[in-house]
Write a protein that binds this ligand. Structure first.
Ligand code: ATP
Length: 355
């Protein structure tokens, strides 16, 4: 069993910074959970409290149903990978991978050799054992850092921005590979990242942190499609926000008066007069006519590869972002209209500034 449980965990650093503020989490055996949030929100501190490098000021940490709050890192049975790889430069790759097994004790030399080879095979680098880390590419070094962490079969794997220093293409390859290996060995994993896309594509669940607190914990589709507040909507992906007042309501839908733009929305239960924010993802906004049509002027068209981003300024002066796989024959300065299907509008009570 290698469930990870945080119970009312807080961390106040000497000097007064409350880095983690009463976080409770239950990470299931074999689950891959990402901590995502802006710089300084407490991701690393939370991870380090699980690893044992930081002591919580309040609360408890358990791994595999054992309370480890007072145990030092080496007695917690965790494997850790850092952004900097942190391979030992003077050792060969094989010695690096063997390191944890030797520290652990209890393995014969033959067992260590066999395990090292198994690990190198796992990341498809069977022949690099005799090289020094500096003779490997960044991606190869990170694969070795990963298998060095998992070689002694720890209960949990803790990853602190492990892909952040890789270029985009390699990072995407490593996302797939890392997730595949994690599923193959079924190890409970916490993955810290700044990158919301990475968190969404890799995880069973995502923890969105802000100012030391968990704003939302949920499956990637939950935090993306049903954010609990504007912070989550804005941080996890790009969002258009329309603030206004409910002007009509009934049958599970409503109309929202957004100062000159009237939006029909589905799936909402707010009464007439309620201040709300309508959230719409750019991929749900298209150029052209249709429901919830808004007139405006094209400001910018940016080709992003397979999709094009259009930024439109509405007559009321609001910028609306549309992301489309269809290329349109329009130029900045052209009069255009955008359309938003009512079923793609997600409505939250309150306005963006929190009022
Ligand atoms: P980043 O993504 O930039 O690494 P993070 O979300 O991982 O950020 P933490 O490193 O956990 O955030 O830091 C949370 C808060 O605690 C920040 O305000 C940071 O300045 C503060 N902090 C971190 N380590 C210490 C420390 N050793 N002493 C005092 N304050 C610290």
């Amino acid at each position: 069993m290698s469930r990870i449980e945080l119970s009312d965990v807080s961390k106040r650093y000497p000097g007064g910074v409350l880095a983690v503020d009463d976080v409770s989490l239950d990470i299931k055996d074999g689950e891959f959970v990402s901590f995502v949030g802006p710089s300084g929100c407490g991701k690393t501190t939370t991870l380090r409290m699980v690893a044992g490098f930081e002591q919580p000021t309040d609360g408890a940490v358990s791994i595999g149903n054992e309370d480890v709050t007072d145990l030092p890192p080496y007695r917690r049975d965790t494997g850790m990978v850092f952004q900097s790889f942190a391979l030992f430069p003077h050792m060969t790759v094989a010695e690096n991978v063997a390191y944890g097994l030797e520290v652990d004790g209890g393995y014969t030399d033959a067992e260590i050799d066999e395990r090292v080879q198994e690990m190198l095979d796992l990341v498809q680098l069977p022949d690099v054992g005799d090289r020094k880390p500096e003779q490997l590419s960044g991606g190869q070094q990170q694969r070795i850092a990963l298998v060095r962490a998992i070689a002694p079969e720890p209960k949990v794997l803790l990853l602190d921005e492990p892909l952040a220093s890789l270029d985009k293409k390699l990072r995407e390859e490593m996302q797939v590979e890392l997730r595949k290996i994690q599923q193959e060995i079924g190890i409970t994993t916490i993955f810290v990242t700044h990158n919301q896309e990475e968190a969404l594509t890799m995880s069973d669940r995502v923890v969105v942190l802000n100012d030391g607190q968990d704003e939302q914990v949920g499956a990637p589709s939950e935090v993306y499609d049903e954010p609990v507040n504007q912070f989550v909507a804005d941080f996890v992906g790009t969002a258009n926000f329309f603030t206004g007042k409910v002007s009509a309501s009934g049958d599970g839908g409503a109309s929202v008066d957004c100062g000159g733009v009237e939006l029909d929305v589905e799936r909402t239960r707010f009464d007439v007069g309620t201040d709300v924010t309508v959230i719409v993802r750019p991929e749900d906004v298209s150029l052209g006519g249709g429901p919830n049509r808004i007139e405006g002027t094209l400001e910018i068209a940016r080709l992003l590869g397979s999709a094009t981003e259009y930024r439109v300024e509405t007559a009321g002066g609001q910028e609306v972002v549309s992301l489309s796989h269809a290329r349109r024959n329009v130029e900045p300065g052209d009069d255009v209209s955008v359309t938003i299907p009512p079923e793609d509008c997600y409505v939250l009570e309150g306005t963006v500034d929190g009022s």
